[in-house]
Design a protein around this ligand. Structure first.
Ligand code: DGL
Length: 258
């Protein structure tokens, strides 16, 4: 069997991980991708670590049995809760996680002020505290848990008056109090509402997300393991969803300009 032709599995609690998949497809169009969103169990960001770990491990086992050459956990929340056990179990394939892109934001200028938007689980996880510790002398970092934000993206509502009001109420006190230089989108659903966040935060604030960095890390690991497809080969993308009615939204988001 030619292992290089096996698909790369992308996993998220819903449709958000498509913001990472898009980056991978742009970088490596000749690969075969299979995307699974667990929208039936979303949101993950307000569940317990144990519950997220149980869900993530059971989906990972299913992908692994189907035959995949790499697993991308395109979900900051599932990465926080389950990347350790996943790497212990699936030692035969690269297992790539995602974390808030604090590094490029913290290094963008002399001691910037950075707001990190993420799910309640991500900002309270030990992994995020370790990340904060690494950059605490380089930047002032303000975590901002955003319960309810991913649900707008799950509904496909990317620019509605309700979403605008939600973001204004959430962000305005932080923008006024901290006058941030940067905002990190620490949940893979949030890049889909970047244009609205941009409008509310203003042009001066730089906005970062971890999608492109994660795609580059995937490419680096595939190359290292000699698993990259022939660049001239025809790639494919298969969408799978625990709520099959979301597959149309997956395709729309894949083609949306972000
Ligand atoms: N997309 C997920 C993340 O990156 C989480 C959304 C959720 O299920 O709460 O954290």
């Amino acid at each position: 069997m030619n292992k290089r032709k096996l698909p790369i599995a992308f996993f998220d609690s819903g449709v958000g991980g498509i913001s990472v998949l898009r980056e991978a497809v742009a970088l490596m169009p000749g690969e075969n991708y299979t995307y699974f969103g667990d929208s039936a169990n979303a949101p993950y960001g307000t569940k317990s670590v144990e519950e997220i770990r149980r869900l993530t491990l059971s989906h990972a086992e299913r992908f692994y049995r189907q035959g995949i050459k790499a697993l991308v956990v395109a979900c900051n929340t599932a990465t926080s809760a389950a990347i350790g056990p996943l790497r212990e179990i699936y030692t035969q394939i690269p297992v790539i996680g995602i974390e808030p892109a604090l590094k490029p934001a913290a290094l963008m200028s002399e001691h910037p002020t950075v707001i990190v938007m993420a799910t309640p689980l991500t900002v309270s996880a030990a992994k995020f505290n370790d990340l904060l510790g690494q950059y605490s002398d380089r930047a002032d970092v303000i975590p901002l848990g955003c319960p309810g934000l991913m649900e707008f993206v799950e509904e496909g509502s990317l620019d509605t008056p309700q979403l605008r009001r939600y973001l204004q109420e959430l962000l305005t006190p932080y923008l006024e109090k901290f006058a941030p230089d940067a905002i990190v989108l620490g949940c893979t659903h949030y890049p889909f509402v970047r244009p609205l966040i941009r409008q509310i935060a203003g042009e001066r604030v730089r906005i970062f997300d971890g999608g492109a960095g994660t795609a580059r890390e995937l490419q680096r690991r595939l190359k290292m393991e000699n698993l990259l497809s022939d660049p001239s080969s025809q790639g494919s993308i298969t969408f799978d969803e625990s709520l099959p009615e979301k597959i149309g939204l997956c395709r729309t988001l894949m083609n949306a300009c972000i």
